[in-house]
Design a protein around this ligand. Sequence first.
Ligand code: 5AD
Ligand code: SF4
Length: 441
Amino acid sequence: MRSYFIRTFGCQMNKHDSERMAGLLEGAGFAPAKSIESADVIVFNTCCVRETADERLYGQVCSLKALKTGGRPDVIIAVGGCVGQRDGASVLKHAPHVDVVFGTHNIHELPSLLEAAERGRPAVSIVGAGESFSSDLPYVREHAWHAWVSIMVGCDNHCAYCVVPSVRGPERSRTVEEIVAEVSHLVADGVVEVTLLGQNVNSYGRDRYGEPRFAALLEAVAATGIRRIRFATSHPKDLSDETIAAMAALPALMPFLHLPVQHGSNRVLAAMNRRYTRETYFQRIAALRAAIPDIALSTDIIVGFPGETEEDFLETLDLVGRVAFDHAFTFIYSPREGTPAASLTETVPREVAQDRFDRLAALVHSLSLASNEREVGAVCECLIEGASRRDAAVLSARTPQNRLVHLPLPDGTSPDSLAGTFRQVRISAAHPWFLSGEFAE
Ligand code: 5AD
Ligand code: SF4
């Protein structure tokens, strides 16, 4: 049997798209390969949101040239996802040994493109955002106990720095009925946690029903009996009181929210076209904390956006300190071709941006550690995820607030037999990026 290996870059949406690619490939008779080197088909599911992911992709694709010119001339290399969508046939200019290029809207064509490439390479197919919904494709879940559930695709927001609307197209929502049917099926199949996915889940339903229906969707999904519901990503301007109330009222909704703020200065927020102010952001955080006192909050922050002054940056530091995020992802701005911000000329010098990034990272680090330290001594219900990535004798688990906990593997058990189970865990020590714990029962 021929084998495949998929390397995924980027966001959760891409991870879920990779599960669909796996579903299609297994349907076409491929089996998962043990390693990238031994695979007959290698698929790169790519991300072009930031420069670094872009560079890493081309670095990795180029390093596979040796595989082809060495002993494996028949290996097929496919590039899909956001870079495929954006670059199309010009992927072949950067990497002439690539055999297949496809985009974000035609994942379903992957098996036929592979066949075409076997007959004579290369095979390139990119289509625009149409009616076809990749959410309808079969998928192979990475974990038996967790599923990503796509509730919508695309984004209508057009933040000035962001390439997503051009590679993922406008917002298109699935129906409530379709999503509920999928989650019910997953529950029957043993899934205990779903993550609802969309670029801007808070506006779910606006394109289909004329008004956002995210809060109603949360209620309907909770009624399936699923134990844990998470979702990503939220836009602060669309986070409604109804959504906050649903999060507070529904026990399956975990007390955790990723709410990207991007910047702390109103001037920069306006230039980014985010359409909220720091004051309204604070107000959303206050509403969340009033309704869900134990909520944990994470965010995304960009430094070095064109025109950002030291004063603007200090406002970011101030906002981050005031909100006291439990976790934050930090990025240095990188211009993306075709976005409105790419033409801005008042660029921030690299070393200035790096210095601001380092100062922000130090603050985020200290806030994460302080947040984790507050948990020491607490007992909470954790979902066991399996062996930790680094050490097979250590279990990884998640608290309701999405904190990662490492636990010693009990004697005579295997990580796989415990994955997907819920256990009471006592938190014994805090580290910047994870907690240590022990079973409390
Ligand atoms: N430069 C730097 N960071 C970016 N992001 C999106 N576009 C860019 C860019 N051009 C960040 C944002 C977003 C996260 C997924 O990536 O913070 O929330
Ligand atoms: Fe990009 Fe803004 Fe849409 Fe998020 S909301 S995907 S940052 S355009």
